[in-house]
Design a protein around this ligand. Structure first.
Ligand code: PMP
Ligand code: GLN
Length: 378
């Protein structure tokens, strides 16, 4: 059979988590919490099931949940999204990304991504016959020179994918970045897919600059969010997509034939839960403390920590420790030192050798402490 995705193998997150289990290593690779989500939340799922939320939810999402999402967005950013026509509940951020791209990208369309990039963007674009145009971000700060981005524009440029706070680098887009993008994109019909799943995970008092805050960007953007991150429940695979009515119409044309609708009792439970904002507003401090704690622990190691302004990932250079490729180095970390990480080369399409690995710090402090003790021996 002729593969539609030659060169693509099993995602690095599955590979590393499996290896971590096989070698009994502490798993700081795949991004997910190792502590339970709020028991109030799971009780609300039981309540929803007992109250009869066991059949198909409405295709675009539970109405009550869409209203709560609209309220949350308005409270955070003072921007109104219409729950009926501009908000769709999805099976996590991944399905929302896949659906938005499928709704828009035709064969030959070009999509600009910033690498290192979350691993689902490029394969999805290719599956649709689109062409990936890559802007390479450089360590340690991974900043963007927007004049160079402009050089990637052609008459076939259809979309730009943004991701702030960024996975894996923990970098964020500033107000100046967004203003540069506004200038660049005004007068074009280029659309934006803004992956904002880490919107709350932004540190040191910095504010998340959502594309929705810029009318020129908002009108052309699909914004992706994930309840997995917000509620420490990545296994629930629930999220949503915000987009202006015309874009949402196209999004739902695909969504209805892809999943039709998503998990009903959990949607109802999340709606009840996020009705009370104090159930999630502590998440920023919670993860900022984890970042600080983990960075403090690793300060005693030979790893050189890169900046981490957001997300629950900490990147580190091991160039003072070893000359190995990051894939080899991370294998050795698992086997010899008992800690699983992600080699950052996995976030690039072409071969790279920056000697950087990614740690996930969405873990119990004890887990981080035990991992750091092992990492100090490296
Ligand atoms: N985008 C980014 C940048 C991510 O890190 C992730 C995964 N955690 C997703 C999208 C997908 O989110 P979900 O687990 O809700 O599908
Ligand atoms: N987003 C998570 C990470 O970057 C994992 C998502 C997944 O396993 N697909 O680690």
């Amino acid at each position: 059979i002729q593969s539609k995705l030659p060169g693509v193998s099993t995602t690095i997150f599955s590979v590393m988590s499996k290896l971590a289990a096989e070698h009994n290593a502490i798993n700081l690779s795949q991004g997910f919490p190792d502590y339970p989500c709020d028991p109030k939340l799971t009780e609300l799922v039981n309540k929803a099931m007992n109250n009869g939320f066991n059949q198909y939810a409405p295709m675009p999402g539970n109405n009550f949940l869409k209203e709560r999402i609209a309220e949350k967005v308005k409270n955070l950013y003072s921007v109104k999204y219409n729950p009926d026509t501009e908000i769709t509940v999805t099976a996590g951020g991944t399905q929302a990304i896949f659906t938005a791209l499928t709704a828009i990208i035709n064969p030959g369309d070009e999509v600009i991504i910033f690498e290192p990039a979350y691993d689902c963007y490029a394969p999805t674009i290719k599956l649709l016959g689109g062409l990936v145009k890559t802007y390479e971000l450089a360590p340690p700060d991974y900043s963007i020179d927007w004049d160079m981005v402009k050089k990637l524009f052609t008459s076939s440029t259809r979309m730009i994918i943004l991701n702030s706070p960024q996975n894996p680098t923990g970098s964020i887009l500033s107000e100046d970045d967004m203003k540069s993008l506004v200038k660049l994109i005004s007068g074009t019909d280029i659309l934006i897919l803004s992956d904002e799943v880490y919107e709350h995970l932004i540190y040191d008092g910095q504010e998340h600059k959502s594309v929705m805050l810029f009318p020129e960007l908002r009108k052309r953007s699909f914004i992706i969010a994930s309840f997995g991150k917000l509620l420490h429940a990545t296994g629930w695979k629930l999220g949503y997509c915000l987009a202006p009515e015309q874009l949402t119409k196209e999004f739902r044309k695909v969504h209805q034939f892809n999943v039709f609708s998503v998990n009903s009792p959990m949607q109802q439970a999340i709606a009840d839960y996020i009705q009370e904002p104090s159930n999630y507003t502590g998440i920023t401090n919670f993860f900022e403390n984890k970042r600080n704690y983990f960075r403090g622990l690793l300060a005693e190691s030979r790893f050189e920590l890169l900046p981490c302004n957001g997300s629950y990932f900490q990147c580190a250079s091991y160039s003072k420790i070893s000359n190995e490729k990051d894939t080899d180095f991370s294998m050795r970390l698992i086997k010899e030192f008992g800690v699983a990480t992600i080699p950052v080369s996995a976030f690039y399409q072409k071969a790279t050798d920056h000697k950087i690995i990614r740690f996930c710090f969405a873990k119990e402090n004890l887990t981080l402490q035990l991992a750091a003790e092992k990492l100090k021996n490296v």
